[in-house]
Structures are given as structure tokens and as C-alpha cells.
Design a protein around this ligand. Structure first.
Ligand code: PLP
Length: 404
């Protein structure tokens, strides 16, 4: 195999299609898919050196695979980090991070508004192993500061959050973490490196669910951690090798190709989302719109600074309805009246997706917990895809117009 030699100082658009290419003897232009779990060794001596780590070379796909390595190199180039390591899913990446950084007696500070499975992983699963987590406000830095303890090893945030698109100040959180001798990890799923690069704002590690915008077409599960080589190679590499949350080569190949169109998708989907958010704000059946690109969003200015001036592709909104039952019936009516968009709980697809968080992602919470999280029964999440703006507005108007 020969690696394509690239000049320095290339722009992210170029890196997205050119980094990580190692051509086989056939000279294929599209990246090869090495769908193999084992690698034939030239002789027993070479095999022994590769297993001992004294010579580079592929041995077994739980340790490394050329297609997975290409995905890791390309994602690291886009995030601007020294290295990246792939995982079987976004949750697999967060598990790997916890296994690598935390031990019994350690403490974590985490936003209370992160992805539901992340709340469970820190709050329930890691707690079984003696790691305690304090959950604090997404937006109030003073709460993060107050939660710090001498044994705090990690701060974990996600911005913007799902489904209310709350934005936290990455640079301020990095300062809190570093003053306390801890690391800051940021889940960059909603913005992707096309809009936001957390390590440029001081974060130490970036978490990805490749299942969302990196693939971008709703096909496979994938995850990754991006960061400095001393953590990726020396700390997380041995965890994947031992614990096995490894990314399948086929999935790596799909996401590798997905990243080639990441920026143009994120820009197009953000532009459509902004137009939908602006239109929803004027609709009489809508009582509130949650979208970082709107001046009415509480962290609008911060979001515009952190996210390359774009709001991302997810818009949430409350439909009117006096009591929770009426609000839920109205939200269901809007969802059921659509004829184009998909009713599903995923996001980050080219196909727009409409969701009722109160009975799906947040359905297992008590009504009191939902109230505390700000998830009303009239809340709808709209993950904008690549359809024409007029068709999407018409699809939402079908249900909304009959509520007024
Ligand atoms: C989907 C998601 C995850 C989990 O990723 P999977 O690939 O589904 O495991 C983590 N964080 C955020 C913000 C997500 O949206």
C-alpha cells in the first residue's frame, strides 16, 4: 500500500476527501474497503514483532484495520486533533473514554441535559464501579465550578443539547476543568467538526456518534474519540483491544465516505433549519421555538461564536395546548399529518425526521422529571434533512394550520 503524500496547510474541505488514503496495488480512486478480520503475516518472526508492538503492521481487526485507520485519520484531521480512535457506536466511545480515564473513587461533573443513554452510563453504570457523577446545569458555569472536588477527573458536556438545543460555553468549561486538574470532553455530535471544533476552544477530548451527521445518511452505527496521541494511542488503544468496542470495517468505510460531504450537508441542512425555525416563530399554533440560530435563543450569540455562525440542523418547538393532554394531542396531530418527513427517533439523516420527545427519548421519565428537563407534552423535535424547504414547510403546515 502507498499513502498519498499531501502538502501541508490544506483546508478542511480538502482534508475531508483526501486524508487517510492508502492505495493498494490496483490504484483505486475511491478508498478500498478491507473487509477482513485477520492479516496474513510474511513469517513467524515478523508476526512476533508486530504482536510485540516493535514493528508496524496489521495483525487482527480488534487491534487495527486499514479502513478503520483511514476513518480515524480523516476524523482527526477534521477535528484538528493529533489522533482519533474509532468505536462501535457513540455510546461505545463514551464507555471507552470512561474505562480509560476513571477508576473507583473518581468523580465526574456532567451536564444534566446530555443524551439520555449518556446520563445512564455515568449515573448508573459507572456508579456500579465506584465512580460518582454530579449532574449540573448545562448553561450555568457557577454550578460546574461549585461541583468540583479534589477527586474530579472529568467534565463532560454536549452542545447543543437534544432536544432543547441548549448551548454551553466550551472555553469557560475548559477553564474550570483545567483549574481543577481535570479534563474536559465534549460530545460534538450535533455540530460535527464542520461547524464546531471543541479542542480549539480548550476541550481535551471530542466524542462523536458517527451514526449521526458523519455518516449523514442514516446507514450505520459508529463512534469515535478525538484527542492527543498520548491519550488516544497509549490510554484508549489498549482499552479497545481488550474490551472490544471496535468499529466494523464496513461501517468505518461508510462513515469515511460520508465525511466527504459533511460540510456541504451541514451548511445546507442548517440553512433549511434556520428558515423553518423563522417560519415556525411566526406560526400562531407554535408557542416557542428552540433553535440556536434564532436571536430569541438564550445563548444565540455564544452559539454563533462557537458554531461558525450556524445553528445546526435540529429545531424543536412547542405547539399550543392549555393542559398537557391537549398539548400532546396537538403535537401528535402535527406529527401524524406529515406526508413527507419520517416519524423516527434518529437524527443526522438526509431525510428529515420528526419526533415527540415526551413519549420517546424522554418517555421513561416521570412527568415531574420531564418538567424539570423542560420537555413539554407539546414539544416536537424536527431534525432537518435535505428536502426542499417549501415541501418541509408544507408538510408541517398540514397539521399546524388546522390547530389555529
Ligand atoms: C446518538 C447520540 C449519541 C449516541 O450515539 P450512538 O451512535 O447512537 O451510540 C451520543 N450523543 C449524542 C448527542 C447523540 O445524539
Amino acid at each position: 500500500m502507498t499513502r498519498q503524500a499531501l502538502p501541508g496547510n490544506l483546508h478542511p474541505d480538502t482534508l475531508a476527501v483526501r486524508v487517510g488514503i492508502e492505495r493498494s496495488q490496483y490504484g483505486e480512486n475511491s478508498e478500498a474497503l478491507y473487509l477482513t478480520s485477520g492479516f496474513v503475516q510474511p513469517d513467524a518472526e515478523t508476526s512476533a514483532r508486530r504482536f510485540a508492538g516493535t514493528e508496524e503492521g496489521f495483525t487482527y481487526a480488534r487491534t487495527s484495520n486499514p479502513t478503520v485507520a483511514a476513518f480515524e485519520q480523516r476524523l482527526a484531521a477534521l477535528e484538528g486533533t493529533e489522533a482519533a480512535i474509532a468505536a462501535s457506536s457513540g455510546m461505545g466511545a463514551i464507555l471507552m473514554m470512561g474505562m480509560g480515564l476513571l477508576r473507583a473513587g473518581d468523580h465526574v461533573v456532567c451536564s444534566q441535559s446530555v443524551f439520555g443513554s449518556t446520563l445512564n452510563l455515568f449515573g448508573k453504570e459507572f456508579a456500579k464501579f465506584g465512580v460518582e457523577t454530579s449532574f449540573v446545569s448545562q448553561t450555568d458555569i457557577a454550578q460546574w465550578q461549585a461541583a468540583m472536588r479534589p477527586n474530579t477527573k472529568l467534565l463532560f458536556a454536549e452542545t447543543p443539547t437534544n432536544p432543547l438545543t441548549e448551548v454551553c460555553d466550551i472555553r469557560a468549561l475548559a477553564d474550570v476543568a483545567h483549574a481543577g486538574g481535570a479534563l474536559l470532553a465534549v460530545d460534538n455530535c450535533f455540530c460535527s467538526p464542520a461547524l464546531q471544533r471543541p479542542t480549539e476552544l480548550g476541550a481535551d477530548l471530542v466524542i462523536h456518534s458517527g451514526t449521526k451527521y458523519l455518516d449523514g445518511q442514516g446507514r450505520v452505527m459508529a463512534g469515535a474519540i478525538c484527542g492527543p496521541s498520548k491519550l488516544i494511542v497509549d490510554v484508549f488503544g489498549p482499552i479497545v483491544r481488550t474490551a472490544g468496542m471496535v468499529l466494523a470495517p464496513f461501517n468505518a468505510w461508510v462513515v469515511l465516505k460520508g465525511m466527504e460531504t459533511l460540510r456541504i450537508r451541514m451548511q445546507a441542512q442548517s440553512a433549511t433549519a434556520l428558515a423553518i425555525a423563522q417560519w415556525l416563530e411566526t406560526h400562531p399554533a407554535v408557542t416557542r421555538v428552540y433553535y440556536p440560530g434564532l436571536p430569541s435563543h438564550p445563548q444565540h450569540e455564544l452559539a454563533m461564536r462557537q458554531q461558525s455562525g450556524l445553528g445546526g440542523a435540529v429545531v424543536s418547538f412547542d405547539v399550543r395546548g392549555g393542559d398537557p393532554e391537549t398539548a400532546r394531542a396537538n403535537a401528535f396531530h402535527v406529527i401524524n399529518s406529515t406526508q413527507v418527513v419520517s416519524i423516527a427517533t434518529n437524527l443526522g439523516d438526509t431525510k428529515s425526521i420528526i419526533t415527540h420527545p415526551g413519549t420517546t427519548s424522554h418517555g421513561r421519565l416521570t412527568e415531574a422529571q420531564r418538567q424539570a428537563a423542560g420537555i413539554k407534552q407539546g414539544l416536537i423535535r424536527f431534525a432537518t434533512g435535505l428536502e426542499h424547504i417549501d415541501d418541509l414547510k408544507a408538510d408541517l403546515a398540514r397539521g399546524l394550520d388546522s390547530l389555529t
